[in-house]
Structures are given as C-alpha cells and as structure tokens.
Design a binder for this molecule. Structure first.
Ligand code: SD4
Length: 320
C-alpha cells in the first residue's frame, strides 16, 4: 500500500515520477522530495520554484517546508532567494536538532554551506508577468494577489511512513519578507504517520488563522475519514471567517490517512489536485464547492489537462 495526494494539476509529472519510486519501495521522504523538486524545476509553473512570480520589488522569494510523520521532524525555509530547490533545503533542515526554520539570509547561508545548487530563479517570463501586473495596477484598482498556487503534498510509502511537504513563491506582488502559511507547520502542512497528513493552498493570511492542516489531522485522529475531516474543517472555518470578518480568502485542502484513503475540500470554483495510489495511477481531479458549501469532485478530462498545459506554456507577451 502506498499513496500520494498533491495540490493542483502542476503536481502531475512529479507525482508520476514519485509513484514509480513508491512502487519500487522507496521511502516517502525521498519520493516527496523528488515530486516537489520536479514542480520547482518547471519554469512554466509560475508560483513554485524556477519561474515563480516575484514580490513587489521583482525578487523571487521562495518558501518551503518538509515534515516527517514518524519522527515529527520539521524543516522550513522562508523568503529564500537564488536557490534552485527550496524543498531540498527544508528537508535538510528537518535533520537538524534545532534551528529548523530559517528565513532570508540565514537560510541562504545555510544552503550555501550545505552545497545546495544556486540559481537565478527570476525568468524572463516572470518578468513579463510582473511588468504587465505593474501596468494593470497603475491603470485600475486590481488586487495584486492572484495567480498564487502552492504545491503541497502528502505521501504514504509501503512501510507506512508518511511525509508532507510544500513549496511556493507565495503571493504574487507580496511585500519583501512576507511569509504565508506554506512554510508554517500546522497551517500549510501537517503529518503524523499514526494518523495521516494534510496540506493547504490559498490565501496564507487566512489559512494561518485556522491552523487548518493540523485541524484536519486532528479530526482524522478523532475518527473522521479524510473527506469528512477536510469538508468539516474547510466549511466551518470558511463560515467562521465570513461571520467574523465578512469574507474568507481562497482555501483548498488535501489530506490522506495512513490507510491511503484521501479527501479534499475547497471554497473556490475550481481546484485541481492529483492522486496516485497502488491501485490507481496518478490522476488529475477537479474539485468545486456546491451551493451547500460541500466539496464535490470528478476526474479532469483530457481536454482540460491539455488546456492547462497549453495556457501555462503560451508565450508571455508584454501588454501595450
Ligand atoms: C501563500 N498559501 O503564500 C500561499 C500561496 C498559495 O495558492 O498557496 N496560493 O499564502
């Protein structure tokens, strides 16, 4: 028995590669690192790793985290510049006894000392997106925070070892130094091999208010299935935010328990995610919220999957 669940269609290639490893009895941590690095390396995914969208000063600042569900070891990096694979730095940090969460220059010094690959992560494509956004903002009052998709994954290997990880460039046009939920344990991700794991994507500022990944794992520990736990946590927290603040940011959660059962919940119109298990090759699903606030999902069509790739790969053009 093994399994993996991941946020967004962009995780597909990474999950496919990781499933091959899991099939050959690889460790959950190794499979996960491979899957996330695969997304980080793809320049067409503009919210993770290479090609990630920059902050308001046109710098790409990356966040990532890794958690081991056996030992509960954690490793996290925030606002890291010029390193190819933040997930590898986060995983390395999870092996340290203390100093597990490093940000900015401290994280970069650590990465340098451990010989991680340096890379200029700002692509020409991302610069064009940035310049277009600056132009749009000067012409109309748009919110800059769109186009933000974090890759988050939960993995179960054949030895019942579970791990979870995230990687993101955070919100487009964020302030320099801003951190969201993704590198924050309990909010962006949580995993316990005795129960299961969860990971979030969405507006970090709101996701953090509910420590929602931990909440889902806690609900699974109380006996809820991953689907019940996701539905319950997202629906009630979304309602709570609306009641207290008048609005709730985007929030989509995935979860898997230590039996390889999985669940998903979202408060947006279309949230894509990827699942692979021993019984099922990597499959893309589309989730949405129905009128009652319940999440429903179905397999994505071949056309939808292809269109997603084509849109991402279409040449970026500077707007007039
Ligand atoms: C953040 N949660 O930095 C991330 C962004 C994200 O889908 O996941 N967007 O707040």
């Amino acid at each position: 028995m093994y399994g993996m669940i991941a946020t967004w269609r962009m995780a597909l290639e990474g999950v496919e590669a990781a499933s091959e490893l899991l099939k050959a009895d690889a460790d959950a941590g190794d499979a996960l690192e491979k899957a996330i690095a695969c997304v980080e390396d793809c320049e067409f995914y503009k919210s993770v790793g290479y090609g990630g969208l920059p902050n308001e000063e046109m710098e790409v600042e990356l966040d990532a985290a890794f958690m081991d569900g056996n030992t509960l070891d954690i490793g996290c990096v925030g606002a890291v510049k010029d390193f190819a694979n933040p997930i590898r730095i986060a995983r390395q940090l999870s092996k340290e006894e203390v100093n597990n969460f490093l940000v900015g220059r401290g994280a970069e010094k650590y990465a340098q000392r451990h010989g991680f690959e340096r890379k200029n992560m700002l692509t020409e494509r991302a610069k064009i997106h940035y310049q277009n956004r600056v132009k749009e903002l000067s012409q109309q009052q748009l919110k800059p925070y769109t186009g933000h998709d974090t890759v988050g994954m939960v993995c179960l290997d054949a030895n019942a070892h579970m791990c979870a990880a995230t990687s993101t460039s955070g919100l487009f046009m964020k302030r320099s130094g801003r951190l969201g939920d993704s590198p924050v344990i309990g909010s962006g991700l949580y995993v316990d091999s005795q129960v299961g794991g969860a990971s979030a994507t969405g507006l970090g500022e709101d996701v953090m208010k509910g420590c929602i990944s931990y909440e889902i794992v806690r609900l699974m520990k109380e006996g809820k299935t991953p689907q019940e736990a996701c539905d319950w946590a997202v629906r009630s927290f979304d309602a709570e935010l609306r009641k207290r603040r008048g609005q709730a940011g985007d929030m989509s959660l995935i979860a898997m328990n230590n039996q390889g059962e999985w669940g998903v919940a979202t408060n947006i119109d279309t949230f894509s995610f990827v699942v692979a298990t021993a019984q099922q090759p990597a499959t893309v699903y589309l989730a949405k919220r129905d009128a009652q606030g319940k999440t429903t999902y179905e397999k994505a069509s071949k056309e939808w999957i292809e269109e997603y790739v084509q849109t991402r790969k279409a040449p970026a053009k500077l707007k007039e």
